[in-house]
Every structure is written in structure tokens, then in C-alpha cells.
Ligand binder design. Structure first.
Ligand SMILES: *Cc1c(COP(=O)(O)O)cnc(C)c1O
Length: 457
């Protein structure tokens, strides 16, 4: 049975069920497996949901019985509209696209969230408790979480978004969900204000206990685990050439899942970490140093991030599983806004990793080129990935994780191709549906009161 340990080495080891519900470790670290499963024996000729249950089984064994886990996977991936859940298509220049965006909210976050919602409900049911999930969103995460947790028996979910500062598609994907356990709050402030309110709620121990606060942000181990599956899936279906996987990256959760798949034997030669102008990770993989700058808006907003929280899991590995060394490095990074890896570790860190930065004009250019060559419409995040992958030699099988459906970012797509991509059929009346949300001032006490009153059992 796999147990989980904190990257900062000062928290107790936990079972899968505890890690699922805990998220961040009490010492500020992230949970990682203490021992790694053997090479996966999962059969890629099976339907995706069954393949997924096989790949993830070693991580959950002991916390759930295998029949129930299999049913949860079938149910979670039954919400995807593509028959094979995650299709792999090929562009004219032989780059393979792993299409992760056929879930309910059109971004790859559904792959993990659909599973997480069901696992939470199961685990809470076993324990006979309820939680209130609270989160802040600037877009994709909030809608994926709401779709995953709507109508669950043991969970209420409250999502804060900045009032009049998200795109209309993104807002409507959250506010048109009509479920008794879903609460949308439009905060009169910025995304950072929303995040500060959420942090303050978690820091208020009495409030946290009264409402049973829980989080489902990208550091949750179970989200990484669910994403490991499609790396095995795509690599198993690929050619015999060495595989170069490019991942459009923000918080480093998606690409770290690829790293886990590689440790479990997925035939992947290298990872290309693709960033927009917020290129702190490009700097890291090219030089071994990171300096925090201001977040700059780009055409790929879900990657407008300076501090990639999941990078800590890779740092733990690079630093030889030394939790104290990770804690020291992270604390230096916080205080100095800058950190460098020890020189002798840099070559080891760079083995199998590349960092590439792609500007907004290049994003538009590649979207246009791919549309003309292949007739394929890319969303701006995927376009960042394709632009980076094109810089790699075609002696490798180049593969790009396609993280969003183009209809989710219609303005950038129209700018590049002249066409406004239509929403897929399951969302085509999104603009006619009724919206449900409450506008509140950027004030902690008011928002806490709202959460407490709304979620009374
Ligand atoms: C969240 C997101 C990303 C970044 O993923 P990470 O796991 O944070 O690196 C990339 N593209 C889209 C469309 C996203 O929603």
C-alpha cells in the first residue's frame, strides 16, 4: 500500500483517503508518494475509464475497493463527449495533439475534477461527514470544480470570482449551474482579492472547523494522480520513436503528472515546459534560477502565473527527497523573490527537461498556420504548446497536451483565424440559461457570513 509524505518532511505520513481530503500538508508542503508503483501493466486497448482504473489502482489501494473505484472511473469519464474520452489526433507536421478538453467545461481540469468530486463524496460518505469547498477562480478551475461537485450528497461548494472581471463564457459556465449545493459569489475586487479572502477563511481556525472548510486546488495529490493516466494512454498509442511531450504550463500540475507517468515506465524521452510571457519556468529550466516578477496578462490567461506551486514536487526529487532542503529553498524563494539551485544539481535537473517561452504574436501566428495547414482550430494555451513543440527536432515523436477547447477563448481564436468557434452542442444554449450568483463587497466578515448561512445543514 502506498502512503504519502510531505515535500517539507515535517508532517505525518498519510493514507490516500486523508491526502485526498487534506490538500496542503500542515508543514506547508505538498504530498508525494513515499514509494512508487512498478511499471504499469494497464492495457491501452481497454476503454479509457477501465485503463484509468488500472493505472491509478496502486495509488488508491487500501482506501477503496476495486469494484467501487472502477465504477467511479466509469461514471467520471462518462461525462466526456468524445467516445474515446481523450482522442489523439495528428497535425500536418506530424505533431500529435492529446485532446484533453472534451469534458463538461471544455478544459483539461475536468479530467481530474470529475474523478475528484466522486472520490470526495465516497470518502466523506464512509466517514459520515460533510465539507464546504471554498475556492477562488479567475476562470477555468471554478467551473470545473462546480461541475464536478454539483449535486454531491456530502459537499457544498462556494466559488468566488472577481465581479465583472472574468470572460462571459467562463462566468456563465459557473453561474448557470442550477444545483442546491452550489454558491457563486462575485466579489467586488480582483482575483487576488478573492484569493486573499479564501486564504483568510482557511487561517480562521474557528470558522474553518464550523463550516468544515476544504479545498480542491491544483496541489491536491489526487488531481495529479488522475492526470498521470493520459500520459500512459497517449504514449502507449504513439510511434516507436522517442517521445517529446510539450505541456502548456501554469501551476506545473499537468506536466508533473507526466513526470510521474515516466517514473512508472511510460516511454517518454523529454518534457518541454511551455510558458507564455510569464516565463519564470523557462528561466528555471534554462538556468537553474527563478526570479518572481509581476504577473502580465496574456492571450493564454490560465498560464498567467509566476509561482508554480507544483514545481515543489520536482524540487523534492532533485534535492534527493530532503524535506529540510526543500523547506529552506522555498523560504528563500518567498523572502528574496529569487532562488538558485546549487550548481552541481543543475545538469541533473535539466536531464529530460526543456523550458520554452512563446509570445502572444507567436501564439496568434501558430494558430493561423495550423488552421491553414491542418484545418485544426487551436485554443491559445494549446497554441503555446504547439509553437514550443515545433522547435523540437522531428526525429522525435512530438506530442502536445491540448488543454482547452477553442470555443472557451473565442476572441484569441477569431483574431488568429477570422472565425469565431461555436460552443459544442452540450453548451450551445449557455447564453440563454439563467444565472445564479450573489454580488458581495470585498469584505471578509460579509463573505464568511454568507458562507455560513448558505451552507447550514
Ligand atoms: C490550468 C490550465 C493550464 C495550466 O495547467 P497547470 O497544471 O496549472 O500547469 C493550461 N491550460 C489551460 C487551458 C488550463 O486551464
Amino acid at each position: 500500500m502506498i502512503t504519502y509524505t510531505s515535500t517539507r518532511g515535517r508532517a505525518p505520513e498519510l493514507s490516500f483517503g486523508d491526502v485526498l481530503l487534506t490538500g496542503l500538508a500542515p508543514d506547508g508542503g505538498l504530498y508525494v508518494p513515499t514509494n512508487w508503483p512498478d511499471k504499469t501493466a494497464a492495457d491501452p486497448s481497454l476503454p479509457y475509464a477501465e485503463f484509468a482504473a488500472q493505472v491509478m489502482w496502486p495509488f488508491v489501494e487500501g482506501a477503496i475497493d476495486s469494484d467501487t473505484f472502477g465504477e467511479i472511473c466509469v461514471d467520471a469519464y462518462g461525462t466526456f463527449v468524445a467516445d474515446d474520452v481523450i482522442p489523439v489526433t495528428t497535425l500536418a507536421d506530424d505533431i500529435e495533439l492529446v485532446e484533453l478538453f472534451h469534458g463538461p467545461t471544455l478544459a483539461f481540469k475536468d479530467v481530474a475534477m470529475q474523478l475528484l468530486g466522486r472520490l470526495f463524496d465516497y470518502e466523506l460518505g464512509q466517514r459520515g461527514t460533510r465539507v464546504t469547498i471554498v475556492g477562488a477562480t479567475s476562470g477555468d478551475t471554478g467551473s470545473a470544480a462546480i461541475e464536478a461537485f454539483r449535486d454531491r450528497d456530502n459537499v457544498d461548494i462556494v466559488i468566488l470570482h472577481p465581479h465583472e472581471r472574468t470572460s462571459e463564457v467562463q462566468r456563465r459556465q459557473m453561474t448557470t449551474v442550477d444545483a442546491a449545493n452550489v454558491y457563486n459569489v462575485a466579489v467586488e475586487g480582483t482575483f487576488d482579492d478573492c484569493q486573499d479572502v479564501v486564504k483568510a477563511m482557511f487561517a480562521d481556525a474557528a470558522f474553518r472547523d464550523r463550516v468544515g472548510l476544504a479545498a480542491v486546488n491544483s496541489i491536491n495529490w489526487a488531481r495529479v494522480m488522475a492526470q498521470v493516466v493520459y500520459y500512459h494512454w497517449a504514449a502507449a498509442k504513439s510511434s516507436d520513436r522517442p517521445v517529446s511531450v510539450t505541456v502548456p504550463t501554469g501551476n506545473f500540475g499537468n506536466v508533473f503528472a507526466g513526470r510521474v507517468a515516466k517514473r512508472m515506465g511510460a516511454p517518454i524521452g523529454e518534457f518541454v515546459v511551455a510558458s507564455n510571457r510569464n516565463a519564470i519556468l523557462t528561466q528555471f529550466f534554462q538556468t537553474g534560477s527563478m526570479t518572481i516578477g509581476d504577473v502580465e496578462p496574456s492571450l493564454s490567461p490560465s498560464m498567467d502565473i509566476q509561482v508554480s506551486s507544483n514545481l515543489e514536487r520536482l524540487l523534492f526529487e532533485i534535492l534527493g527527497n530532503d524535506g529540510a532542503a526543500v523547506a529552506e529553498l522555498m523560504s528563500t524563494f518567498r523572502t528574496d523573490q529569487h532562488v538558485s539551485l546549487p550548481n552541481e544539481l543543475i545538469p541533473r535537473m535539466q536531464e529530460g527537461w526543456l523550458g520554452e517561452m512563446v509570445t502572444d504574436p507567436e501564439t496568434i501566428e501558430v494558430t493561423k498556420a495550423v488552421f491553414e495547414e491542418s484545418g485544426m482550430v487551436l485554443d491559445p494555451h494549446t497554441a503555446v504548446g504547439v509553437a514550443a513543440a515545433r522547435r523540437r527536432p522531428d526525429t522525435m515523436q512530438r506530442m502536445v497536451m491540448a488543454t482547452a477547447h477553442p470555443a472557451k477563448f473565442p476572441d484569441a481564436v477569431e483574431q488568429a483565424t477570422g472565425l469565431r468557434p461555436p460552443l459544442p452542442p452540450h453548451l450551445d444554449n449557455l447564453y440563454e440559461r439563467d444565472e445564479h450568483y450573489t454580488v458581495l463587497p470585498n469584505d471578509l466578515a460579509t463573505i464568511q457570513e454568507f458562507v455560513e448561512e448558505s451552507t447550514q445543514p
